[in-house]
Write a protein that binds this ligand. Structure first.
Ligand SMILES: C[S@@+](CC[C@H](N)C(=O)[O-])C[C@H]1O[C@@H](n2cnc3c(N)ncnc32)[C@H](O)[C@@H]1O
Length: 246
C-alpha cells in the first residue's frame, strides 16, 4: 500500500487483524502451530472440532468447503466421516497448507484436497457447496462481512455455514480465569514453542478478546441474509459453534 504525504499511516493495534500481519504471523508459526494448539488447549481442541463436524450435519455425497483450514485439522475431521463426496480445505498461507499436505500421507476418508484461497474472495462458483466450515479463522479476517457474503454466495440454497471460534464465557468468574490464562500463559507458551515469537501469540490473544460475543456474531450473520442462526457453547463458552443457513 502506498501513502501520500498527507495520509496518516495506519498502525494496527495489537489485536487488529490486517491481511499482511495475519499472513506473516501464520507463515512464521506454521511449523509449531499443531503443538501449540494441543498444549494450549490441553487437547480439548479436538473435541471442539468434533462439535463443529456434528453441527455440519453431513450426509452422503455432500461437497464441503473448509475455510482458513491452516494445518487441516477440521478438514481432516470432516473427511474422516467418509460422508462428503469431497472436502476442499483452503487457506491463504501456503506454509500452513504445506503442513496440512504433509499430514495427508496415509489418510483414508472422503476425497480431500488443499488449495490457496482468501476467505474474503472465494475462487468458487455460486451455489457450489452444501456446507462451509471455518475453525478459529473468522477472528483473523479484517472484513468479516465480506467473508459472510462470499460464503452465502458459494453455498447452495439450504446450505449451512458452521463457525467454530473463541467466544465469551457467559459466567463471569470462569471468564476471569480464562482471560487470566490468555494474558499470562499463552504468550509464554507460544513464545517458547515458536522460538521467541511472543508478539504473534500476543496478537492471537488480543484478537480473541476483541471478537464479538455469541449474540453479536449471530446478528452479523443475520445482517447478510443467513437464517436459522443458532449457537452452542463449549467449555463454558470459551468457544462457540455458530450455525447459519442460506
Ligand atoms: C488459527 S488458524 C486456524 C487453522 C485451522 N482452521 C484450525 O482449526 O486449526 C487461522 C488460519 O486462518 C488463516 N487465514 C487468516 N486470514 C485468512 C484469509 N483472509 N483467507 C484465508 N485464510 C486466512 C491463517 O492463515 C491460519 O491458517
Amino acid at each position: 500500500m502506498t501513502h501520500s504525504g498527507d495520509e496518516p499511516v495506519h498502525t494496527p493495534d495489537p489485536g487488529e487483524a490486517t491481511s499482511d500481519r495475519v499472513a506473516g504471523i501464520f507463515g512464521r508459526i506454521a511449523d509449531s502451530y499443531d503443538s501449540f494448539n494441543m498444549l494450549s488447549s490441553m487437547g480439548i481442541d479436538r473435541i471442539w472440532r468434533n462439535a463443529a463436524v456434528r453441527a455440519a450435519k453431513l450426509t452422503t455425497g455432500m461437497r464441503a468447503l473448509d475455510l482458513c483450514a491452516g494445518t487441516g485439522d477440521l478438514s481432516f475431521a470432516l473427511a474422516r466421516t467418509g460422508l462428503p463426496r469431497e472436502v476442499v480445505g483452503t487457506d491463504f498461507v501456503p506454509e500452513m497448507l504445506a503442513v496440512a499436505t504433509r499430514k495427508m500421507a496415509g489418510f483414508k476418508g472422503s476425497d480431500l484436497s488443499f488449495s490457496v484461497a482468501d476467505a474474503q474472495a472465494l475462487p468458487f462458483p455460486d451455489s457450489s457447496f452444501d456446507v462451509v466450515t471455518v475453525a478459529f479463522g473468522v477472528r483473523n479476517l479484517p472484513d468479516r462481512a465480506a467473508n459472510f457474503r462470499e460464503v452465502y454466495r458459494v453455498l447452495k440454497p439450504g446450505g449451512r455455514y458452521v463457525i467454530l471460534e473463541f467466544s465469551r464465557p457467559p459466567f463471569g468468574p470462569w471468564r476471569g480465569v480464562y482471560h487470566f490464562y490468555l494474558r499470562t500463559v499463552i504468550p509464554v507458551l507460544g513464545g517458547t514453542l515458536s522460538g521467541g515469537d511472543r508478539e504473534s501469540f500476543q496478537y492471537l490473544n488480543d484478537s480473541i478478546l476483541r471478537f464479538p460475543d455469541q449474540p453479536a456474531l449471530a446478528a452479523e450473520l443475520r445482517a447478510v441474509g443467513f437464517a436459522a442462526i443458532d449457537w452452542s457453547n463449549h467449555t463454558g463458552g470459551i468457544v462457540a459453534v455458530h450455525t447459519a443457513v442460506k
